[in-house]
Design a protein around this ligand. Sequence first.
Ligand code: NAD
Length: 419
Amino acid sequence: MSPKPEHHNPLEDARAQLAEAVSFLGLDEGMYQMLAIPRREATVAIPLRRDDGSKEVLIGHRVQHNISRGPAKGGLRFSPNVDIDEVRALAMWMTWKCALLDLPFGGAKGGVQVDPRNYSEGELERITRRYTSELMSFIGPEKDIPAPDMGTGEKNMAWIMDTYSVAKGYTELGVVTGKPIEAGGSRGRAAATSRGVVFCALSAMESLKMEPSKTTAVVQGFGKVGRGAARFLWEAGVKVVAVADIYGAVYHPKGLDVPALEEHVDQTGRVTSFAGAEEIPADSIWGLDVDLLVPAAVEGVLTEENASQVQARLIVEGANGPTTPQADAIFNDKGILVVPDILANAGGVVVSYFEWVQGNQSYWWSEEEVNNRLEQRMKLAWREVGKFARDKQLPLRTAATTMAVERVAQAHLLRGLYP
Ligand code: NAD
């Protein structure tokens, strides 16, 4: 299965969303260009010595889309589909997400074109360290702060922190977030994105008068975001009837036993061949007769081709950019509520911000404090976006993007253009 529909360019989607916001706000072409063109980009070669002694060169990117509100912030992705336009789009969405949640960050993203499933842990460590080393002058706690994304996790973050710290000659916790707790990570970070996704799902369900115990859901992706989302939905009483990962999809009309599925995934590394469900074609998940869809894998999966099959009333975007603008228009016409990525999956960067603050201050918060602060931030953003959307009669995505673009544009205007 191809992880991204062919010919799909997420940068076109991101720029179309930006253009809509710029036009709504009445900003000029010059401001559009300031916001459409990334501020800084680096592409690096990553020579790798493989375990068998052979050598190969991988390509890595880091894009700082905008730094007008603070240091750039965004994840690092390891995936065979990484290309510069994907990284640019993801970096732009990070700028909007940080502005929407009012975090003092700009947006960035990084990627290495590699399928981590085909590399040993030692090889992945060497890739991560060399990527960090190549970008030493580009990243830093006051410049650009990476975090986990698809195909990376807390181990990669510990290696980045260590590589950076060794070069500096002192430990620098603030250079990266999503670290293991024992190496300067924050309590509550690992589950934060999923928590935020489910907070948005439950809030949207409340506004649509959907009772959790009578709601059925599909989750695509069973990694750091999708797995937690499925678990928290299940805990809230929602029936998660189907889950998909890169290997396939599993289905049970009465609802999957999510904790049992988690155990199965821990043992086998995939959702398929789970005894408590039947296997269904991966692309059939979107047309299932359910109430809620949570795409939490890759971008560009809800398209013009499959949007009309969707029967759900609500879509909550765990992934970045899962819905193309064409699919968005169809959902809008059909009256399907879409909670956009930059709001729905912002929990991760909110707690990344908390981790950065804690690391810089060398002062640790309890998990309860982290979760309470996360909830406050998500609640505020949820209310603000809802109000803006109602007041201006806009879909939630346009409302969220417009609010974020306005904040970033305002920072540019107040700072002025140098020289
Ligand atoms: P991950 O690598 O932990 O998990 C990805 C999951 O998606 C895996 O289960 C994988 O098998 C599955 N997958 C990959 N390609 C697929 C395909 N074509 N079809 C079906 N399933 C597929 O990654 P993650 O961190 O959970 O990230 C998932 C999405 O969430 C990405 O869009 C990412 O940018 C976004 N996101 C992540 C975070 C975070 O904190 N990790 C925060 C915000 C947004």
